[in-house]
Design a protein around this ligand. Structure first.
Ligand code: MN
Length: 338
């Protein structure tokens, strides 16, 4: 989905420091200011000023549960992978590399933007004219993974995985979204050492971790205690690196998203839907998206962000594209992490 923030600021994301040992830090979620009246509730836990990344994970929005149809017109991305993880509701994804798929809970969409891609996302509705009370509930996570420098200019691509490996241990089952967890490897193509696992369990969970990874946990349902710290839905719990395992005391029917990865060693500059390295790069991406407008097929074939079929002038309510917001006039100064 697009970054729905109506006035996004540049986010300077310094490279992760080495040697952050085990800890429990709660980073509060913040409500994303949205345009429009009947908008979905969106809460952002990454990036944070003091915690821009966890591994290569650089963006985490939780949306819903709401009876609001998602209708996100074509918009661009570069320098990142989007990871779409629906918890409730089905979403139709179309993109400029020709994909047209529906993603449902338990299924994974991975879109590698590389140097440039555009896509749209619409809730799958039971019929064209749906009463508000009959709109299906939407709930999910939208994550981004920063592409390391050697991969960020690659050709865009898209993959969907409808079956993911499930690992289990004492008291838990884990759907391995990306990377490897408890001996099970996700088929998703990733470009840095990373993990994402959707874990359901109750009681004492003993989760195997890689000590060279830093980790964080987002509670989706229920409640956990980690190192004596009570954590419920809302904030992102940053756990540091250096853990061989993680003991989680989980209330009945608890569900958590475990994220982790090798600390990301590159400075990032994030703005709107772009991940780059400099203000000038982001400015150029914005200018190119704005200049491309609605393209015919021939022009789209050679453009940076391409054309998403199904949103042309004859597409009715689905005609159009999302213009880039204005760039903030003031460049933010780099910040240090921590
Ligand atoms: Mn998007």
């Amino acid at each position: 989905m697009t970054n729905l923030d109506t006035a996004p600021s540049e986010q300077v994301c310094p490279a992760a420091p080495e040697g952050q040992g085990p800890c429990v830090q709660l980073w509060p979620e913040r409500e994303v200011p949205l345009g429009g009246v009947r908008a979905m509730n969106v809460y952002r836990t990454l990036p944070q000023r003091g915690l821009p990344t966890v591994g290569a994970w650089c963006f985490l929005d939780s949306f819903g549960p709401d009876r609001v149809a998602m209708s996100v017109l074509p918009h661009p991305h570069c320098g990142l992978q989007t990871v779409t993880w629906p918890l409730e509701g089905a979403v139709r994804h179309r993109d400029s590399v020709g994909s047209d798929v529906v993603v449902r809970p338990g299924e994974l969409n991975i879109m590698t933007a590389g140097h440039g891609i555009s896509h749209s996302e619409f809730s799958v509705l039971p019929s064209a004219e749906v009463a508000p009370e009959d709109v299906p509930v939407s709930r999910g996570l939208q994550l981004w993974v920063a592409l390391p420098d050697e991969h960020r200019h690659r050709e865009p691509s898209f993959e969907q995985h409808r079956e993911l490996p499930v690992a289990s241990g004492d008291g838990y089952t884990a759907t391995v979204m990306v990377g490897e967890f408890a001996g099970k490897l996700s088929p998703a193509t990733m470009f840095s050492p990373i993990v994402g696992a959707d874990i359901t369990g109750s009681g004492t969970l003993d989760l195997p971790l890689r000590p060279d990874f830093e980790h964080a946990v987002l509670v989706l349902d229920g409640q956990v205690a980690i190192d004596g710290e009570d954590i419920g839905p809302g904030p992102l719990a940053y756990l540091g690196a250096g853990r061989e395992s993680l003991t989680v005391e989980a209330a009945p029917e608890t569900r958590i998203m475990l994220l982790g990865g090798e600390p990301f060693g590159e400075d990032l500059l994030m703005w709107w839907n772009f991940v780059g390295r400099t203000h000038e790069e982001v400015e150029k991406a914005r200018e190119e998206w704005e200049a491309e407008g609605l393209l015919d097929d021939a022009a789209a074939a050679t453009s940076r962000f391409g054309f998403v079929h199904g949103h042309g002038p004859d597409a009715g309510a689905e005609a159009g594209r999302i213009p880039a917001p204005p760039l903030p006039g003031v460049k933010l100064r780099p910040r240090t992490r921590g």
